[in-house]
Design a protein around this ligand. Structure first.
Ligand code: HEM
Length: 483
């Protein structure tokens, strides 16, 4: 990476299709961002590991090369840590972490989340909640399996993740109807997020061409506020909130001061931040959980090896639950989770980045006016790093002594992003995935239903989900060793 601004003036942007007529530009705009993936793959094959595509009024740079990503996000982390202005229109003018510019407000909000919610001791304080959610999940799966030889599991996974994150957010065990209501408002916005984010690429044009879409966005925002705001208000009026044994996210937000602006957060901002917390913790995690379980069903030898490992660690106690404190002894379990995230990262891109000034990266200009993104899924399938990359082989992580998912030394895959904007929830997400996967296989045998199949085809929603959701035959697992 050369010195930024001085040399930047003399450089060209990365290659790409030189002339996209206005009409195809508008067609690109109408597509959701990730629907562009096949086109991007073709362009990478033609132009190399970094390309420029003009979408709307801005140049969008896409990097598929992991060493280049490392040079950008780690070596020059602060330069590449910004977000494009107005890109995430779902949140326009309202503060949240993922869409904030790299600056004091972002730092305050991110530090609050990291230290007040995601710090190890805070995560541990929600141990009982995780156990309660696990029991709920097991009960639901069991009762569904009694009447169904083929259980569709994603709805159970998603509902459980919502119960967990809603409790961490609002400190309350809400009834079924309320959880469903929150799930509804969160998901309807998420499922449309790609369509809405496109609005920000070229606002002056989209306000005319996509007027109805703008109106839909405002209506969904109102719907979300109507559901979340009463929970926030109830919490702010609770006299004894500091005496509770767990501190929910909303309490930390109600107490927070933005240092530069010397003010507290508005209700609207707290709604957005709670909503971001719920989205981050539920959608990505339940998507990842479904992919991992699908592979355990498709490849029974991986499931058997995992169960055997658990049996070695906890089996002699004939216990029903794999406890959190046992997870660190289960290296194959961790390898299964990593392999799931490599082979099926829930996000095939990160949230778009921007540079804080014109920068030269590997002799190319990266302009401040553009956006930069990274092809996460492509990196996890790079045959130079991963032998037989399409195969699901958790063993490959067993040789990697303490695999570094943060990519600080070297990027081999980046399902959580890397650098300043790395997902702050990655440790919590790994804990949730390990805890649920271990307990799901420890309590049940997971099999392909009679005449069924596990189809690993993908479909783009907010995350990349299974096109044909996983259906399984579930039966109670005998805890006795087969050895
Ligand atoms: C399997 C689960 C998860 C995956 C795969 C995942 C992945 C990601 C990715 C790829 C990014 C964008 C990084 C970038 O822009 O470079 C991100 C950002 C973020 N994630 Fe996650 N995430 C997960 C779980 C969570 C959880 C559990 C939380 C919190 C409860 C969370 C909160 C956030 C937030 C707040 C950001 C924005 C960070 C910033 O802009 O500074 N995520 N995540």
């Amino acid at each position: 990476l050369g010195s930024p601004t001085a040399t930047a003036k003399l450089k060209c942007m990365p290659p790409g299709p030189t002339h996209i007529p206005v009409i195809s530009n508008i067609l690109l705009l109408r597509r959701s961002f990730s629907e562009l993936e096949p086109l991007l793959r073709r362009l990478h094959a033609k132009y190399g590991p970094v390309i420029t595509l003009r979408i709307g009024s801005r140049p969008s740079i896409f990097i598929a090369d992991r060493s280049m990503a490392h040079r950008a996000l780690i070596h020059n982390g602060t330069l590449f840590a910004d977000r494009p202005k107005g890109f995430l229109v779902v949140n326009t003018n309202i503060l949240n972490i993922s869409s904030s510019s790299y600056g004091p407000n972002w730092r305050t909000l991110r530090r609050n989340l990291a230290s007040e919610m995601l710090h190890h001791s805070r995560v541990m304080s929600f141990s009982r909640t995780r156990n309660w959610v696990l029991q709920t999940l097991l009960t639901r799966l069991k009762s569904d399996s009694l009447s169904n030889p083929s259980v569709r599991v994603i709805d159970h996974f998603r509902y459980s993740m919502f119960c967990l994150l809603v409790f961490m957010c609002f400190g309350e065990r809400l009834d079924d109807a309320k959880i469903r209501d929150i799930e509804r408002v969160q998901r309807q916005m998420l499922l449309e997020a790609n369509r809405f984010n496109i609005l920000g690429f070229w606002p002056s044009i989209t306000r005319v061409l996509l007027r109805q879409r703008w109106q839909e966005l405002l209506a969904l925002r109102k719907d979300k506020a109507d559901v979340l705001l009463p929970l926030i208000t109830a919490r702010s009026q609770k006299q004894t909130r500091l005496k509770d044994d767990v501190v929910p996210y909303v309490d930390t937000l109600l107490d927070l001061q933005l240092p530069d602006e010397k003010r507290k957060l508005s209700d609207e901002e707290i709604v957005m931040l709670c909503s971001e917390f719920l989205d981050g913790g539920t959608d990505m995690s339940s998507t990842a959980l479904q992919w991992i379980m699908a592979n355990l069903v498709k490849y029974p030898h991986v499931q058997d090896r995992l169960v055997e490992e658990i049996r070695q660690v906890v089996g002699h106690r004939e216990v029903e639950e794999v406890k959190e404190e046992d997870l660190h002894k289960l290296s194959y379990l961790k390898a299964v989770v990593f392999e799931g995230l490599r082979r099926h990262p829930p996000g095939h891109f990160v949230v778009p980045h921007a540079v804080s000034e014109d920068v030269v990266l590997d002799d190319y200009l990266v302009p401040k006016s553009g956006t930069v993104n990274f092809m996460v899924a492509e990196m996890g399938l790079d045959p130079n790093v991963w032998e037989d990359p399409l195969a699901f082989k958790p063993e490959r992580f067993l040789n990697e002594e303490g695999f570094d998912i943060t990519g600080t030394k070297e990027i081999k895959m980046m399902p959580f992003g890397v650098g300043r904007r790395i997902c702050p929830g990655y440790n919590l997400a790994l804990l949730h995935l390990q805890y649920f996967v271990a307990n799901l296989v420890w309590n049940f045998e997971w099999k392909v239903p009679e005449g069924g199949d596990v189809d690993l085809s993908e479909k783009q929603e907010f995350t990349v989900v299974m096109k044909n959701p996983l259906h399984v035959h579930i039966s109670p697992r005998s805890k006795k060793s087969t050895a």
